[in-house]
Design a protein around this ligand. Sequence first.
Ligand code: SIN
Length: 550
Amino acid sequence: MMPVNISESKTPRWEARADLIVLGSGVAGLTAALRARELGLRVLVVTKAEVGDGNTRWAQGGVAVVLDGEREEGDSVARHAADTLTAGGGLSEPAAVRAILDRGPAAVSRLRARGARFDPSAEGPGLARTREGGHSAFRVIHAGGDATGAEVERALVTTAAGRRVPVLERHIAVDALRTPLGEVAGVTVLDPAGVPGVLRAPALLVATGGLGQLYQATSNPEVATGDGLALALRAGALAADVEFVQFHPTVLYTPGARGRCPLVTEAVRGEGAVLVDGAGRPVMHGVHPLGDLAPRDVVSAAVTRRMARAPGGIDDHVFLDATGIPGFARRFPTVHAACRAAGVDPATEAIPVTPAAHFACGGVVTGTDGRTEVRGLYAAGEVARTGLHGANRLASNSLLEGLVLGERAAAAVAADLAAGLLPDPRHGRPPASEVAPVAQRDRLQRVMSRYAAIGRDADGLAVVGSVLDLSARESPMWTPEAVEDAALTLIAGALVAAAARRTESRGCHVRTDFAERDDAYWRRSQLIRLSPSGQPVLADPVPANKAVCA
Ligand code: SIN
């Protein structure tokens, strides 16, 4: 195809229709698409990369779930819920936690029926189970040792192909179509040649994953640029808890690494590895009763503090000593391969590790059925804020959430369609303006990593705010890069505003100038929506005992 002349690219040149458009082809998106097909809907999946290129396939540790007849003695969904609430630092919504975790075993059964194969136990019948940070029991099932996400994605992609679910690859969503009543009725997209088109549908499900690319180093792939959250905000949706970005304590450290860094799954600590500093001293000793298996926010903050003290002159990484784990290469083939590629042999030497941006605990406000406040707009997976994660997600709860929410969102769309609640897609119009503020990506990542990662303060957050104010330029969203950069810029502004106002430390939000948790006031979620001029605006925080989404 001919390259597109930018001056011509405003007018959509092609159009397609469906009952449900799903943005994203990770666990939540494909689960929703498959369920929607089963419910008789015409569904179209749109992904800006290739199907299977999202965050899901990089997930290592597993799926946290308490299965009937295959659980550790004394474990229960109630205990899993209690661990989730503890990790969530007082901001998870108990009703949402129960609603999602209760449905976990059935969602995993359906995934297995779609062909996903989990690792069998070596000790008897049933599945192997491991433990990760914050879990009080061995309840994390896994596949391919440490390749759980890849297996989940493989099963879903294969099933979707077998059932002929249509997928538009290398198409990036730009903006929602909206009716005069403000409902969402489809989306504008750019095809691989940059040609604009319109996809009309009474329902749009955003399942685009996270925003790790806001930072210089992340466990997330290149596609994790927050596009879905930005699109939903511009479509009138509410976001919450966006200041809580979870940093994984252990990605493989290599000097000067940027972009996606290989994860060293927490399950390595679950099976006995220990974090040590450059002088060989344990990092987690005396920090938390669960030691190396403390919740992830606690471990990441402890690693960051230890690096700041620079024992042995090492200030940008610590080490994970996994030399005591027998058969490391067999149990953790993905981690082992990444280590060997970096010249490290985990069987004989400690693995150099450092924290990196990993998971957005907040996002588009939804119920546990994916419905947002905006009619016609649904969200599921990492982009959604259901109330499960609170201020810090419990390890391996995200694949489970994607499975449950994907199923539930498809059912919600089918029910809303049958009840005549959804808009007529013919009335959807693209937004009047196609321009958005765009900051230079490298610069944004640099200031976000320096001032809005683990350890924030008012002055640093103000620096990010002024970089955004002074350097962002209004740009048309006519290329995939511009769409991504506009999303990163918008989300950075929202995140920094929420982080600056939260004058306490809680979960993944660590303020060096407000080191204590303030339950008297801050046991609240911060809500954000866009002003008519497109600026993120904070609403009054909502107490944690009130559901954000009715
Ligand atoms: C890990 O395997 O450590 C990551 C799993 C997760 O983020 O839930």
